[in-house]
Design a protein around this ligand. Structure first.
Ligand SMILES: [Cu+2]
Length: 65
């Protein structure tokens, strides 16, 4: 399981946007986003590039780090 820190989430809409963005990446499953901790965790059914994860999250309007 991988975990990434995400900045900029403030409500459940943000959680849904981030969850959706991560679910759209090939190989990622079991996405869980924790609003209070400001992080997302997921399982990798196959290796997923962190650059892709970062890119998709930024595209959804949030920041990784
Ligand atoms: Cu929000």
């Amino acid at each position: 399981m991988a975990t990434v820190k995400i900045k900029g989430m403030s409500c459940n809409h943000c959680v849904m946007s981030v969850t959706k963005a991560l679910n759209e990446i090939d190989g990622i499953k079991n996405v869980k986003v924790d609003l209070n901790k400001g992080e997302a965790s997921f399982d990798e059914a196959m290796p997923v590039s962190m650059d892709t994860v970062k890119e998709r999250i930024e595209k959804a309007g949030y920041e990784v780090g």
